[in-house]
Design a protein around this ligand. Structure first.
Ligand code: SAM
Length: 239
């Protein structure tokens, strides 16, 4: 997958050299380039912002550098992703959709955001997704891009050592994952549940399924309510 990130703070993306994203870049699964938006400014101060039309606090990102940046980076088949608190809340299903695309361009807003005409103009030429990380406001889109990119990259073929991790985790099938444990068996007087030590794969699977349902019902009644009843089997119904 090809990824271009445009930001006024390219250094924010240093962590993308690390861990599994770093490895995906090394192996070529992820072809990632970070661009400094100020490359496309032409004044001595390398200005990217100005005061908002209509008044009000803060500054707005000017359209000219953004327009030139997107003209330079966009190619046929690219999708523009704009992190924004006014966007669609990002969920695992969106990560799957983005992971199926060939070329993502991320536009990191700062200040009060990007002049709306940039998004409208881009939408004439390519699919545009405005994506929100949640109902709160960040300083800028950089952290949001790192979050989205982590969620997307781990879905790319070959990135995770064990692909089963993707099917047996929270949000893979609309439920939260059961609690997980490792050694030692006893820690500070707390024992690993007996069933997980039993070696009985049927019992373990049933226990995990029940815990998953109980956890989802208790912690995320919204998810539980939208879980399709036809996905519940007879044993689930008894539990
Ligand atoms: N004035 C904007 C508003 O009220 O909707 C907030 C701008 S915010 C200070 C600056 C940038 O941070 C945004 O353009 C966006 O790129 C990013 N950002 C802030 N909150 C975000 C969120 N919840 N999800 C995704 N991106 C966010």
């Amino acid at each position: 997958m090809k990824v271009d990130i445009i930001s006024i703070f390219p250094d924010y993306f240093a962590p993308l050299e690390l861990s599994l994203i770093g490895k995906a870049r090394t192996t070529g699964t992820l072809d990632l380039t970070v661009h400094d938006l100020r490359t496309w400014t032409h004044d001595v101060h390398r200005t990217v912002d100005d005061s908002p039309y209509g008044g009000g606090p803060g500054m707005v990102m000017r359209p000219e550098p953004w327009g030139q940046a997107l003209d330079a980076v966009a190619a046929a088949g690219a999708t523009l992703v704009v992190p924004s608190p006014v966007g669609k809340p990002f969920a695992q299903a969106d990560a799957h959709e983005l992971a199926g695309l060939d070329h993502l361009i991320f536009a990191c807003g700062r200040y009060e955001g990007i002049d709306q005409r940039v998004i409208d103009d881009a939408a004439d030429r390519m699919p545009v997704r405005e994506v929100s990380l949640g109902d709160y406001v960040l300083f800028g889109g950089e952290v949001a891009v790192i979050v989205i990119l982590e969620a997307v990259t781990r879905l790319l073929p070959g990135v995770l050592g064990n692909a089963d991790s993707l099917t047996e985790e929270s949000h893979a099938a609309g439920l939260l994952e059961a609690p997980v444990y490792t050694k030692p068996q006893s820690w500070r007087g707390r024992e690993v549940p007996e069933v997980l030590r039993s070696g009985d794969h049927g019992r373990i699977a049933r226990w995990r399924r029940e815990q998953s349902l109980l956890r989802t019902a208790a912690r995320r009644p919204d998810l539980y309510a939208s879980y399709p009843p036809e996905h519940l089997d007879k044993k689930d119904r008894k539990a």
